[in-house]
Design a protein around this ligand. Structure first.
Ligand code: 7RM
Length: 647
C-alpha cells in the first residue's frame, strides 16, 4: 500500500527555503551540529543570553522523571521580557499592538508595558499577594491579560490562566485545585458583536472558592456590563492599578520556582495542572522564538492563539517579548464583522510573521481566497502552524493564498507539557514537505518506538522524547503520581507524548495525532490525517474528520464526517464519489465504510476536532464528557444524521 504520505515524498512537493531567507535566518546547520555535540552546552549557551541575577552552578540535574535546569541560578521573567529591553534601546519600540473587536486599538511601547506591569505588580502586592501565591487570570484578549501574567511573574506569584470561553464551573474547579488567592478578570469581552459577561461567570464560580481573598476587575465594557462589585473583595483595575507606582522591584526567582500552572484536559474528567518553572521554560521559549520564527528587530509577530492556551503563553507573551519583538494581540474572531478580519489586521499592522492553527487555515480555505485577496499581505515573510496535523491540501492553500509562494511554513509540533516547540523546520535551513513537522529542534531528542518501546528508524509508531529538555513540565500540580503514570510509565525511561507518528526515509516526522486517532484497519496503521487529507483533496470537501469504528473482520473500519464547501448538499452519488476518491488516493484499505455529511464538526474551544465524540457517535455509544465542546449543538445534530444514515 502506498500511503498518502509516501506519495508526498515526491520531489515536487519539497520546498527548500528561499535563497534570501538563508541570509536572514537566525539559525544555520551549525546550530544543529553544536547541539548534537553537546546538548547541555547548547542550552546553557542559549540560557546565558538571558539576564540572570545569580548564575547557575549546574546546567541539569536529572533524576528520572524529574529534571532541574540551571540549578542555583536566579532570574526574573518580567525583567527579561521588559527591563532589559527598556534599558537596552527598545524603550520606545512597540511591544504590543492590540486591536479590540469593535476596532479600538492600543499600542504599548516597551517602556509603557513595563510601567503597566509594575503598577499591576504593586497593586497585587498591596492586596497581599506574594511569592508562591497562585493567581487565576480569566480575561479576554486585551493587553491587561499579558500585563497580569507579567505582573505575577514580577512578584513571583504563580499564574493559572483560564480561557475566557470556559464556564463558571471550569473556572471554579481550576481555582480550587490551585487554591488561588486572587482572581483577575474583566466586566466582559467582545465576541462576534456580543458581550461575554466574564465577571458574572466569575461571580458564579466565586460562590464556592474559599481560597480567594481578592478579585481585580478590568473595565473593558463599562456601564453596559452592569457589574456588581462585592465590597472588600472586588477592586477595579482602573482604581487600584492606575494609582500604583510605576516602579516595582522584581522578585529574584530560583530557576526552578514555579512560573505558572496551566490546566489541560486529560483522559479522566479531572483536568491536569501542568507545572512550568522559571529558567528552563524561559530559555526554551526564547530560543525557539528566535530560531523558529526568525524574529528580527523590525518583525511584527502575530500568533493568533488566545492566552488561555499554552501557545498564547509561550508565543504571544513570553517568547517574543523576551526577544524584544513586537507582538499583535486581537480580541475577536476571524469572521467578525467580515471573513477578511485577520487579513485586514495583517495589512494594517504590517504583520511579518503569522502563526495559527490548521483548523483556522481549513476554515479560511472553506471561505475561499477572495478574503485574503482583498488585502496587501506583501509584508508577510514567514508562516507557522500548530495544534493538529495539517493536511497537505491546507498546507498548500496557506502557502499559495497567504504566503503567495514566498513564505516558508514552519509546522511546529509541541504540547502544553513540552512548554515550547519540539519538532519543527528552521526557516532558512530546513527543506519542508507539506504535512510534515520535519525534524527535532536543536537540543531535542525524539525517538519513534514500536508497541514494545523498541526504537524504530522508519515507519509508524509512537513519539517519545529520550532526554530531558529545559521547557518540560516538572510535574502535575499536587499529583506527582499522575505525572509519572501519564507520561513516564507506558515506555519506561521515556517521555511518551501520547501521539502516533511516522518517520520517512529522510528521517522526517509525520505526526499522525493522538494514539487514539490512529486506526488499525486489517492490521494496517492508518492515521486519521491521511484519510482526512485524501477527502479534503476532493474539490467538494471543506473539512473531514475520520474515526475508526469496530468491524467484525477488519478490526476497525473507517467512518468519515465531512463538511462540504459553500452551500453544497451531500448526495448518495457524492458518497460514492468520495469513497472512490479515497480508494484512488490511498488504496481500498482506507475506503470509508460510512460517510456522514455535516455542517460542522465538533471541536474543542482551542479548535481541535473531538474525534472521541465522533467515535462514540460512529459506534452508536452513549457520549462521554462533552463539557469542553465549543458548540454542543453540533453533536446532537450529528447523532440524528448518523442514525438516519444507518437507517
Ligand atoms: C501547542 C499545542 C498538543 C497536541 C499534540 C498533538 C497536537 C500540536 C502539532 C500537533 C501535529 C503539529 N498544545 N499537535 N502541534 N499535531 N502537528 N504541528 O497544541 O497541549 O494543546 O496539544 O496537539 O496531538 O500532542 S496542546
Amino acid at each position: 500500500m502506498t500511503s498518502q504520505i509516501d506519495t508526498l515524498l515526491d520531489e515536487t512537493r519539497r520546498f527548500p527555503p528561499p535563497e534570501q531567507f538563508a541570509a536572514q535566518a537566525n539559525a544555520t546547520e551549525a546550530t544543529y551540529q553544536a547541539a548534537a555535540k553537546d546538548r547541555e552546552a547548547f542550552w546553557a549557551t542559549e540560557a546565558a543570553q538571558l539576564d540572570w541575577i545569580e548564575p547557575w552552578h549546574t546546567v541539569l540535574e536529572w533524576n528520572l522523571p524529574h529534571a532541574k535546569w540551571f540549578v542555583g541560578g536566579k532570574l526574573n521573567v518580567s525583567s527579561n521580557c521588559l527591563d532589559r529591553h527598556v534599558s537596552g534601546g527598545r524603550a520606545d519600540k512597540a511591544a504590543i499592538i492590540w486591536e479590540g473587536e469593535p476596532g479600538d486599538t492600543r499600542t504599548l511601547s516597551y517602556a509603557e508595558l513595563s510601567q503597566e506591569v509594575n503598577r499591576c505588580a504593586n497593586a497585587l502586592r498591596g492586596l497581599g499577594v506574594g511569592k508562591g501565591d497562585r493567581v487565576a487570570i480569566y480575561l479576554p484578549m486585551i493587553p491587561e491579560a499579558a500585563i497580569a501574567m507579567l505582573a505575577c511573574a514580577r512578584i513571583g506569584a504563580v499564574h493559572s490562566v483560564v480561557f475566557g470561553g470556559f464556564s463558571a464551573e471550569s473556572l471554579r474547579d481550576r481555582i480550587n485545585d490551585a487554591e488561588a488567592v486572587a482572581v483577575i478578570t474583566a466586566d466582559g469581552g467582545n465576541r462576534r458583536g456580543q458581550v461575554v459577561p466574564l465577571k458574572k461567570f466569575a461571580d458564579k464560580a466565586l460562590e464556592d472558592t474559599p481560597s480567594v481573598r481578592h478579585v481585580l476587575v478590568v473595565s473593558r465594557i463599562g456601564e453596559a456590563a452592569d457589574t456588581v462589585m462585592q465590597p472588600g473583595r472586588d477592586h477595579w483595575w482602573h482604581e487600584i492599578v492606575d494609582a500604583a507606582s510605576t516602579e516595582a522591584t522584581p522578585e529574584p526567582m530560583d530557576a526552578e520556582d514555579l512560573l505558572f500552572i496551566l490546566y489541560t484536559s486529560g483522559t479522566t474528567g479531572k483536568p491536569k495542572g501542568i507545572v512550568h518553572t522559571t529558567g528552563g521554560y524561559l530559555t526554551q521559549v526564547t530560543t525557539t522564538s528566535k530560531y523558529v520564527f526568525d524574529l528580527k528587530d523590525d518583525d511584527v509577530f502575530w500568533c493568533s492563539a488566545d492566552i488561555g492556551w499554552v501557545t498564547g503563553h509561550s508565543y504571544v507573551v513570553y517568547g517574543p517579548l523576551a526577544n524584544g519583538a513586537t507582538v499583535v494581540m486581537y480580541e475577536g474572531s476571524p469572521d467578525w464583522p467580515d471573513r477578511d478580519r485577520f487579513w485586514a489586521l495583517c495589512a494594517k499592522h504590517g504583520v511579518t510573521v503569522f502563526y495559527t492553527a490548521p483548523t483556522a487555515i481549513r476554515t479560511f480555505m472553506k471561505w475561499g481566497p477572495e478574503f485574503p485577496d482583498r488585502h496587501d499581505l506583501s509584508q508577510l515573510r514567514l508562516l507557522g502552524t500548530v495544534g493538529e496535523p495539517i493536511n497537505p491540501e491546507a498546507w498548500m492553500w496557506y502557502h499559495q493564498h497567504i504566503g503567495h509562494g514566498r513564505c516558508p511554513i514552519v509546522d511546529t509540533w509541541w504540547q502544553t507539557e513540552t512548554g515550547g516547540i519540539m519538532i519543527t523546520p528552521l526557516p532558512g535551513v530546513t527543506t519542508t514537505k507539506p504535512g510534515s513537522a520535519t525534524v527535532p529542534f536543536p537540543g531535542i531528542s525524539a525517538e519513534l518506538v514500536d508497541t514494545d518501546g523498541t526504537p524504530i528508524e522508519s515507519g509508524g509508531g509512537y513519539l517519545t522524547i529520550t532526554d530531558p529538555w529545559p521547557g518540560m513540565l516538572r510535574t502535575i500540580y499536587r499529583d506527582d503520581d499522575r505525572y509519572r503514570e501519564t507520561y513516564w510509565s507506558r515506555f519506561p525511561g521515556r517521555y511518551f507524548a501520547g501521539d502516533g507518528a511516522k518517520l520517512d526515509d529522510d528521517g522526517y516526522w509525520w505526526i499522525l495525532g493522538r494514539v487514539d486517532d490512529v486506526l488499525n484497519v486489517s492490521g494496517h496503521r492508518i492515521g486519521t490525517m491521511e484519510v482526512e487529507s485524501a477527502l479534503v483533496d476532493h474539490p467538494a470537501v471543506a473539512e473531514a474528520a475520520v474515526v475508526g469504528k469496530t468491524h467484525d473482520i477488519k478490526g476497525q473500519a473507517v467512518a468519515a464526517f465531512v463538511t462540504l464547501k459553500g452551500d453544497r448538499d451531500g448526495s448518495e452519488d457524492l458518497v460514492k464519489e468520495l469513497k472512490q476518491h479515497v480508494t484512488e488516493k490511498i488504496g481500498a484499505i482506507a475506503r470509508p465504510e460510512d460517510i456522514i455529511f455535516t455542517a460542522d464538526l465538533p471541536k474543542t474551544r482551542s479548535g481541535k476536532i473531538m474525534r472521541r465524540l465522533l467515535r462514540d457517535i460512529a459506534e452508536g455509544r452513549a457520549l462521554g464528557d462533552t463539557t469542553t465542546l465549543a458548540d454542543p449543538n453540533v453533536v446532537n445534530m450529528l447523532i440524528e444524521k448518523h442514525e438516519a444514515a444507518e437507517g
